[in-house]
Design a protein around this ligand. Structure first.
Ligand code: AMP
Ligand code: GLY
Length: 432
C-alpha cells in the first residue's frame, strides 16, 4: 500500500524509517519531509496544515493511509477533514484512513481544561487543579495566594511546549498568571489558565495505539527536556531519550494499565470520542504511584527515535489492522535491547539560533544498531547538508543496557560537526 507521512522532524524520519521496512509498504511519501526522509521515499512540497494538498496527494498517489506526526494538524481537525473528503468523493478501495483522533478527541491535547475534566470524570489520577479566565480573574489571584508552592500554571491551548510555567513564589505565580490571561502571552491559548498542584517524581512517557475501544502499548521512554547537564536550564522539545526506563515495568506498569490506560480508553468509548491513533501518556512516578501530567494525541519527539527502533512488529500491519478494526488480534514485539538517542542542536537553541550552517561528519553506521535521524536539516542550493532548525539530528543507538546505548549514541553525536553544535553528554545519567 502507499503511505503518506506528515511532518519534517526526527519523529517523522523515524516513522518513515520504520514504515519503509515493511513489505506491505509499496510507495512512501513524506510531506514536507527532510533530507533523511528523502532517502526512504518521496518528499512532497507542502505543509502539514495544508489539508487540501493532503487530500490531493491521497487522490493522485492512491494513498491508503495518512500517518500524522505533529499535533497541529491533528488538533486542527485533519481526521475530520479527510473523512468528509472521502465521503464526498471516495479516495478509492485502497483507502484505510488517517492515523489520528477526531478534532473533538484531540482536545485531550489541545485543551488542558478539557483533559483535566476528562480525567476527573473517569477517575484517572492526576494533579488537583482549577481553571480561570478573564471572567474570574480576581478569584484566580486569590486562589493563587493560598496555593502551596511550587505552583504549576498552564496555558489551556497549544503553545509549542512553552505553555507550562512552574512558579517557585506567589509573586512569580501572580505575574505569570497576569501575563497569560491579561497580556495574552500565548495568544488565545492562554486566555484560559489551568492552575495545578506540583507533582514531584520521575517522568516517563507511555505510548499506546488505540481504535477508541481497544489498545496496544507500543513502547515507553524517558525524555530529557532541559537544555543543560543534570536537567538544568531552559525547557526544549527534548534533548535525548532512553528506553526502557527501569521502573516502568512489573507492578508499576500494571498500575499504569489498570488506573490510567484502560480508564482512558474506556472513557473515550463512553464519551463517544472517535479516536484512531496514538495516545501519548505523559506520566510521573510519585513514590511508586503513576499520575498523568498530560495527554498528547501523537508520538513524542525524540521518544519516537527510541521507541520505533525497539519495536520489532511490522508498523504498517499494526496501523492498517487498527484502521480495519482488528487491533485486538495484533501482537506487539519489542527488542530486548535498550535504545538511547542524543539530539544535536543549533547554538542558541531553545532561544534564537541561525539556520543554513553547513554540517559535516555525519556518522555512517556500520550496522543496524546505530541510526542517524534528521530533525532540522535541509539541502543547500549546492546540494550540501545544512542546519534548518533548533534540533538538527538525533543519533540513536541500541545496546545491551541503557548506559551502553547512551554511550554509543553520545559517540555518534560527537562525530557531527557544525558551527555552534551542542548536545547533552549525560542522557540516561540516572540509569548508568
Ligand atoms: P506539559 O506541557 O503539560 O508536558 O508540561 C511540561 C512539563 O512541565 C512536564 O513535562 C513536566 O516536567 C512539567 N509539569 C507539568 N505539570 C506538572 C505538575 N503538575 N507537576 C510537576 N511538573 C509538571
Ligand atoms: N518530547 C516531548 C514531546 O514530544 O511532547
Amino acid at each position: 500500500m502507499n503511505i503518506l507521512v506528515l511532518g519534517s522532524g526526527g519523529r517523522e524520519h523515524a516513522l518513515a524509517w520504520k514504515l519503509a521496512q515493511s513489505p506491505l509498504c509499496t510507495r512512501l511519501f513524506i510531506a514536507p519531509g527532510n533530507p533523511g526522509t528523502a532517502q526512504l521515499g518521496q518528499n512532497l512540497p507542502f505543509g502539514v496544515n495544508d489539508f487540501a494538498a493532503v487530500e490531493a496527494a491521497v487522490r493522485s498517489h492512491s494513498v491508503a493511509m495518512v500517518v500524522v506526526g505533529p499535533e497541529d494538524p491533528i488538533v486542527n481537525g485533519i481526521w475530520d477533514y479527510m473523512e468528509a473528503a472521502h465521503l464526498r468523493s471516495s479516495f478509492g478501495p485502497q483507502w484505510l484512513g488517517t492515523i489520528g483522533p477526531s478534532a473533538q478527541a484531540a482536545q485531550l491535547e489541545g485543551s488542558k481544561a478539557f483533559s483535566k475534566k476528562f480525567m476527573q470524570r473517569h477517575r484517572i489520577p492526576t494533579a488537583g487543579y482549577a481553571e480561570f479566565t478573564a471572567d474570574n480573574y480576581d478569584a484566580g489571584q486569590a486562589y493563587l495566594a493560598s496555593h502551596a508552592l511550587p505552583i504549576v500554571l498552564k496555558a489551556d491551548g497549544l503553545a509549542a511546549g512553552k505553555g507550562v510555567v512552574i512558579c517557585q513564589s506567589h509573586q512569580e505565580a501572580e505575574t505569570v498568571f497576569a501575563d497569560m490571561i491579561l497580556s495574552k502571552q500565548f495568544g488565545d491559548a492562554s486566555s484560559r489558565v489551568v492552575v495545578e498542584q506540583f507533582l514531584d517524581g520521575v517522568e516517563v512517557s507511555v505510548f499506546a495505539l488505540t481504535d477508541g475501544k481497544t489498545y496496544k502499548i507500543v513502547g515507553h521512554a524517558k525524555d530529557y527536556k532541559r537544555i543543560g547537564l543534570g536537567d538544568t536550564g531552559l525547557n526544549t522539545g527534548g534533548m535525548g531519550c532512553v528506553s526502557p526506563v527501569p521502573f516502568a515495568q512489573g507492578a508499576f506498569m500494571q498500575k499504569v494499565i489498570d488506573r490510567i490506560v484502560e480508564p482512558t480508553i474506556n472513557g473515550l468509548a463512553t464519551d463517544g470520542l472517535v479516536y484512531k491513533g496514538w495516545v501519548f501518556f505523559g506520566l510521573i512516578n510519585v513514590g511508586g504511584e503513576p499520575m498523568v501530567i498530560e495527554y498528547n494525541c501523537r508520538l513524542g519527539d525524540p521518544e519516537t527515535e527510541v521507541v520505533l527502533p525497539r519495536l520489532q512488529s511490522d508498523l504498517v500491519q499494526l496501523l492498517a489492522e487498527m484502521l480495519r478494526g482488528n487491533l485486538m488480534h495484533c501482537t506487539v514485539e519489542t527488542d530486548e535491547r535498550a535504545a538511547a538517542t542524543v539530539v544535536v542542536v543549533s547554538g542558541g537553541y531553545p532561544g534564537v539560533y541561525p539556520k543554513g550552517i553547513p554540517i559535516t561528519g555525519l556518522p555512517i553506521p556500520q550496522d543496524q544498531s546505530a541510526i542517524v535521524f534528521h530533525a532540522g536539516t535541509s539541502t543547500s542550493a549546492q546540494g550540501r547538508l545544512q542546519t534548518n532548525g533548533g534540533r538538527v539530528l538525533a543519533l540513536t543507538a541500541l545496546g545491551h543496557s541503557v548506559a551502553h546505548a547512551a554511550q554509543v549514541s553520545k559517540a555518534l553525536a560527537a562525530q557531527v560537526q557544525f558551527e555552534g553544535a551542542y548536545f547533552r553528554t549525560d542522557i540516561g545519567y540516572e540509569f548508568s
